[in-house]
Design a binder for this molecule. Structure first.
Ligand code: HEM
Length: 219
C-alpha cells in the first residue's frame, strides 16, 4: 500500500547532493581502507580486515540496490530508481576491490596458488560466478547499451536475483556457518525478494492457466 497519494520528488539540488554524499562515502571508504591497510592501521591482520570489509560492503550495496524498486513503489516515487545504477556499480567496485585484495595481498599474485585455492575452496568459485555476473551488469549499465540490447537487457539484468543467493552462499560458506552473521543477510534478502517471488508465482499461474485453456480449446 503506497505511503502517499502524490509521488514524492527531490529537487535537482537535493538529488545531486544525495548522489554526491553516496559517491563521497563509497569512494572515500574504499580509499581509506586501502590507505589504512598499506599504513598498517587496520589491526593485527590488515589483509583479512580488507577482505572482510570490502566483501561485507559489496553485500550491503547489493541489498541496497534491491531495496530501491520496492521503495519506489511504496513511497511512491521515481526517485529511488535514479540511484539504482550508481549503487549497483559500487556493488561491483567493492566486490572487485575484494578480489584484488585477495589476489594481490593475500596470495601475492602467485597464480599457481590462485588456481589451487579455486580448486580447494568451492566457495571461491561461487564468489567468482557472482562477480562475473556483476561485471556483466556493470558493463551493460550504460543507457546507450541498454537501448541497443532491447529486451535482452532486462533478461540479463534479472540475473541480479541470481547474484544475491550466490553472494550470500559465498558469504555463509566462507564463514562455515549459515547462522550468526550470514543468517541476518539471508533474512533481509528473503524480505526483499518476497514481493518479487509473489509476482513471479502469479505470472507463472496465469501462464499455465492460459496454456491449459488453449490446450482445452484445441481438443
Ligand atoms: C572472485 C570472486 C571472489 C573471491 C576470490 C572471494 C574471496 C573471498 C575470501 C578469500 C574470503 C575470506 C574467507 C575467510 O574469512 O577465510 C571472502 C569472504 C567474503 N566474501 Fe568474497 N570473494 C569473491 C567474491 C565475492 C562477492 C562477489 C561478494 C559479494 C557481493 C563477496 C562477499 C564476501 C563476504 C561478505 C565475505 C565474508 C566477509 C566477512 O568475513 O565478514 N565475495 N571472499
Amino acid at each position: 500500500m503506497p505511503l502517499r497519494k502524490k509521488p514524492f520528488r527531490f529537487s535537482i539540488w537535493q538529488r545531486r547532493s544525495l548522489k554526491g554524499l553516496i559517491h563521497l562515502f563509497a569512494l572515500g571508504y574504499v580509499a581509506w581502507l586501502f590507505f589504512a591497510g598499506i599504513n598498517d592501521q587496520l589491526g593485527p591482520d590488515p589483509v583479512n580486515t580488507l577482505i572482510n570489509e570490502t566483501g561485507t560492503w559489496a553485500i550491503h550495496f547489493l541489498l541496497l540496490t534491491l531495496t530501491l524498486s520496492p521503495l519506489a513503489k511504496w513511497l511512491p516515487s521515481p526517485e529511488p530508481m535514479q540511484f539504482r545504477r550508481m549503487i549497483g556499480v559500487y556493488t561491483f567496485v567493492y566486490a572487485f576491490a575484494h578480489l584484488l585484495t585477495y589476489i594481490v595481498f593475500e596470495l601475492q599474485l602467485d597464480m599457481a596458488l590462485v588456481a589451487s585455492e579455486i580448486v580447494s575452496r568451492p566457495y571461491i568459485i561461487v564468489g567468482m560466478a557472482a562477480l562475473l555476473l556483476l561485471f556483466a551488469l556493470t558493463a551493460t549499465s550504460f543507457k546507450r547499451i541498454q537501448r541497443n540490447m532491447g529486451r535482452k537487457w532486462q533478461k540479463l539484468h534479472n540475473s541480479i536475483y541470481l547474484i544475491l543467493p550466490l553472494a550470500l552462499l559465498h558469504f555463509s560458506w566462507s564463514q562455515k556457518t549459515f547462522w550468526q552473521e550470514p543468517v541476518w543477510y539471508w533474512m533481509i534478502g528473503l524480505i526483499l525478494m518476497s514481493p518479487r517471488m509473489k509476482q513471479w508465482y502469479v505470472t507463472y499461474q496465469k501462464k499455465s492457466q492460459k496454456k491449459s485453456r488453449d490446450e482445452n480449446a484445441a481438443t
